[in-house]
Design a protein around this ligand. Structure first.
Ligand SMILES: CC(=O)SCCNC(=O)CCNC(=O)[C@H](O)C(C)(C)COP(=O)(O)OP(=O)(O)OC[C@H]1O[C@@H](n2cnc3c(N)ncnc32)[C@H](O)[C@@H]1OP(=O)(O)O
Length: 212
């Protein structure tokens, strides 16, 4: 993806620091990045050598931004805050990422090192695909969903908005005519193996994954 001259990263925690790492790998210089947080969370003025600013200060108004928050619902809220400051969504795609030409990425997506999206995969807005996660043919993903490191999604899975997929989780195939649905706001625990549909808002865990 095109490097950005400036980049505001909403958040300053672990996920945000990792996103800054990806931005660097994409060619954005640390001196031209800033972490933005809400005033109440402003504890430090620099993190890993990158300036931290309260969003209310207006320092980053109008900058391209990524919402680097690990909770999907909070990421949606952060996006709203940034847009209200006339910031526009940036997309980061690590140089190592395997991406077929048929893949469609919504604005604000972040693809981490080793992520692989094969053919006819479509991601909504502000979807994060973390280190070594893969989504196979014909998967669709709604806005703000998050794939933690090592998540594996087989073909023909339709994943809703604000879905959290935990570290090392696996989601098995849907069928050509019957894609496997994962509902909006579902939470898939670390290491789960999802073998059937997941309802909106359900939390599933274990192998095979069950609601708990
Ligand atoms: C870069 C990064 O760091 S990305 C990090 C991404 N983070 C993750 O993927 C973590 C996601 N979180 C999880 O998977 C958590 O384990 C949760 C949210 C599912 C459960 O957390 P808690 O509610 O605190 O569960 P708690 O530890 O109290 O355990 C409750 C029960 O669930 C079981 N359990 C907890 N997690 C899991 C899991 N992932 N799979 C199967 N069973 C689990 C426990 O063994 C316990 O069972 P018991 O009642 O029979 O003793």
């Amino acid at each position: 993806m095109t490097p950005y001259g400036k980049l505001a990263i909403f958040g300053a925690g672990g996920h945000a620091r990792e996103v800054a790492f990806i931005a660097e790998r994409c060619g954005v210089a640390p001196a031209t990045m800033a972490f933005v947080v809400e005033e109440a969370h402003l504890r430090e003025t620099t993190v890993n050598g990158i300036e931290v600013h309260a969003i209310e200060s207006g320092h980053c108004d109008g900058w391209p931004f990524v919402a680097a928050v690990g909770d999907p619902a909070l990421k949606e809220r952060a996006t709203g805050l940034c847009v209200s400051r006339r910031m526009s969504a940036a997309t980061l795609c690590d140089p190592s990422v395997g991406l077929h030409r048929t893949v469609v990425l919504g604005e604000g997506c972040i693809l981490f090192p080793g992520a692989v999206l094969t053919v006819n995969v479509s991601l909504g807005r502000h979807v994060h695909v973390n280190v070594n996660s893969s989504l196979s043919h014909d998967c669709r993903v709604g806005d703000y969903s998050i794939f933690s490191p090592g998540a594996r999604v087989a073909g023909h899975v339709h994943i809703g908005s604000r879905v959290f997929v935990g570290i090392g989780a696996t989601i098995v195939n849907g069928l050509h005519n019957v894609p496997l649905p994962i509902g909006d706001d579902a939470f898939i625990a670390a290491g789960a193996c999802v073998t059937g549909p997941v309802a909106d808002g359900a939390r599933v865990m274990g192998v095979p994954a069950k609601v708990r």
